[in-house]
Write a protein that binds this ligand. Structure first.
Ligand code: CUA
Length: 333
């Protein structure tokens, strides 16, 4: 019986959405949430089957009694009272099982598996995620966007805040949802036991582009994670050729530095995502587009045709300037 249930569970999990699913937990926090879900599922399935079975049995008995004209036995009232009392007792027992399991799962979501851990700050913006890796040395702090890199097998504390309205961070394969509320600080633990890329998204309606507020958690072996962090600490390289140099001039001369920063250049805007290592990211516009030259060109030229309502304004650039800007942005590895 148990193996049949487990087989059905794995079929359902495999059939779940390829992109992201709570039924394929990849870390201890998501694992305890998934276990709670399966227990609730199987108990509810059993209660449903017993209720429907009892209903059909009662209907069949009543039908037979009408057909044969038989009278109910004198003990029927007592039997019924006993059955209802028994069902009430079972209901209370089931609710107690749910409550104790729920408390246990809630505790495991809040407790890290060890005392030294990495801390990351995530801030929700309309409609993107700012990600900061804290460090006691200011020049070793790393700011990126829409991608959270974590070391595999280690608990990571993600401290949450919101810049404008309420958002909610949800990476189904790694942890439950946690709201980001302006003026209020919360935290969630992320831990991935398998290396991989896990899609997450905003789970609280936050305006027009709520559905286009995705992010990716990239879990790498610890040494790979450390080399990623070391490369992110570097400022942007100086332009290597005349086209890229022109691109940087276009960037600094246009409206871009008012909102974006590129470490190592005079651009220090902090309204939009930090672009120091833009080319190292897989997507742009919070998971909306693959980070390709064509998509980036379309995004810079007219972002509001891709994400209506976004605060990023359109840019009217000469074709040569746009190509030079794209060539420069591609060097920001
Ligand atoms: Cu941010 Cu929905």
């Amino acid at each position: 019986m148990i193996s049949l249930m487990l087989a059905l569970q794995s079929v359902l999990a495999a059939g779940a959405a390829r992109q992201q699913s709570v039924l394929r937990p990849a870390g201890p926090q998501a694992d305890s949430a998934a276990r709670l879900w399966w227990i609730a599922f199987w108990i509810a399935a059993a209660v449903y089957a017993i209720t429907i079975g009892t209903l059909l049995w009662a209907a069949w008995r009543a039908h037979r009694r009408v057909r044969t004209g038989a009278q109910p036995p004198s003990s029927a009232e007592r039997t019924m009272r006993r059955a209802v009392g028994g069902a009430l007792g079972v209901t209370v027992a089931i609710l107690l099982v749910f409550i104790s399991y729920d408390i246990g799962a809630g505790r495991s979501l809040l407790a890290p598996s060890r005392s030294n851990y990495l801390t990351i700050h995530v801030t929700g913006h309309q409609w993107w995620w700012e990600v900061e890796y804290a460090d006691t040395l200011p020049h070793d702090r790393v700011t990126t966007a829409n991608e959270i890199h974590i070391p595999v097998g280690e608990p990571v504390r993600v401290e949450l805040s919101a810049h404008d309205v309420i958002h909610s961070l949800w990476v189904p394969e790694l942890a439950g949802k946690r709201d980001l509320v302006p003026g209020y600080h919360q935290a969630v633990w992320l831990q991935a036991d398998t290396a991989g890329v896990y899609r997450g998204q905003c789970a609280e309606f936050c305006g027009l582009q709520h559905a286009h507020m995705a992010l990716y958690v990239i879990a790498d072996p610890p040494d790979r994670f450390q080399s990623w962090l070391a490369s992110q600490r570097q400022p942007a390289p100086a332009p290597g050729d005349s086209v890229a140099a022109r691109g940087l001039r276009v960037f600094l001369g246009a409206q871009c530095p008012l909102c974006h920063s590129i470490a190592g250049t005079p651009a220090y805007g902090n309204v939009g995502p930090d672009l120091t290592h833009l080319a190292s990211r897989n997507t742009i516009a919070a998971g909306t587009l693959a980070n390709t030259r064509g998509n980036l060109g379309g995004w810079i030229t007219n972002p509001r045709s891709i994400k209506p309502g976004t605060t990023m304004p359109p840019s009217q650039l000469e074709p040569r300037d746009l190509q030079a800007l794209l060539a420069y942005l591609e060097t920001l590895k």
